[in-house]
Ligand binder design. Structure first.
Ligand SMILES: C[S@@+](CC[C@H](N)C(=O)[O-])C[C@H]1O[C@@H](n2cnc3c(N)ncnc32)[C@H](O)[C@@H]1O
Length: 285
């Protein structure tokens, strides 16, 4: 037996450490098969759970550095702490028990009174133990998802956090609107847009996980950004729900239909396969 072999912990493949509404785990193979043969830097301006970033990192296929951003400041602080302070984070997160009283006491803490490491431990703890693993804030910006009653959730997944920290080293993380990508992306780069989805029906609340929402005007602005980047020689890829509105917006580009299982929905009867599209543009599309 090799005495100095690495712990099983250290060899974990990088993957998302948060459960995130719209997480792209299910679509990875479809997205991968539509990647350009080569690209320089990678940009993901709707970061969420960062499933495609971790997948590309695991395959070591980001040659020119990565720029990850999201409008949600809590999310960006979480990734920053995982990148820069993962051991302190693990120490702060590990003692949290999966108990209802502790969940509500932690949920009630005012984030402003905590350090960045404590805040991040709180976010990951609530994310792993809350109902459906959603991240949802009420109108005053307070996390308001109830306790999930899971038998044995993994609260502190050391191996996944360390693997994520490793591939985040050197990555540019910023809290920004997706439009900031226009100023950053250069010809030959790859941008993957995974916006809050255009609702499939009037009752769908799928776009409600950030208090700023993402209405039709933002979808139109996103289409303009997509077309501007494509015309500049940037490889662009976008996922969205398969609606007539989305198809009209991207009529000038290649639109492929794919099926995705949306696991996160507060109503079990609305879970299941829904139509999604992947739109591809840029030099080789
Ligand atoms: C569908 S999720 C991303 C899912 C992610 N790609 C994954 O694999 O888990 C959409 C993200 O967009 C963010 N967002 C909403 N409006 C935004 C905006 N105007 N600019 C940038 N990010 C925004 C939300 O905070 C959320 O994290």
């Amino acid at each position: 037996m090799a005495r100095f072999s690495r712990q099983p912990d250290d060899t974990t493949r990088p993957r998302p450490f948060l459960k995130w509404a719209g997480g792209k785990g299910q679509l990875l193979a479809e997205l991968r098969s539509r990647l350009p043969a080569s690209f320089n830097a990678y940009h993901e301006p709707f970061l969420g759970g960062a499933a495609l970033f971790f997948e590309l990192s695991a395959r070591r296929c980001i040659p020119g550095g990565a720029f990850l951003s999201d409008l949600n400041p809590v999310l960006i602080e979480t990734y920053t702490v995982v990148r820069d302070d993962v051991e302190a984070l693990i120490e702060a997160l590990a003692p949290h028990p999966n108990r209802e009283d502790h969940f509500y006491a932690t949920r009630a803490l005012d984030p402003a009174t905590l350090t960045p490491v404590q805040r991040t431990a709180r976010v990951i703890y609530l994310n792993r133990t809350c109902y459906n693993g959603l991240y949802r804030e009420n109108s005053s910006g307070r996390f308001n998802v109830p306790f999930g009653r899971y038998a044995n959730p993994t609260i502190c997944d050391r191996a996944t956090l360390r693997a994520a920290s490793e591939v985040l080293k050197g990555v540019d993380l910023s809290q920004a609107d997706f439009q900031a990508t226009l100023a950053r992306a250069a010809p030959g780069d790859l941008v993957y847009f995974d916006p809050p989805y255009q609702p499939v029906s009037a009752t769908s609340s799928f776009t409600a996980y950030h208090r700023d929402g993402f209405g039709e005007d933002r979808q139109v602005a996103l289409r303009t950004a997509f077309a501007t980047l494509a015309a500049r020689g940037v490889h662009v890829m976008l996922s969205n729900s398969d609606t007539p509105f989305v198809r009209r917006l991207y009529a000038d580009f290649r639109i492929d239909s794919v099926r995705a299982n949306r696991a996160i929905n507060s109503r079990a009867d609305r879970r299941g396969a829904v139509g999604e599209v992947i739109v591809v543009g840029g030099p080789t599309a």
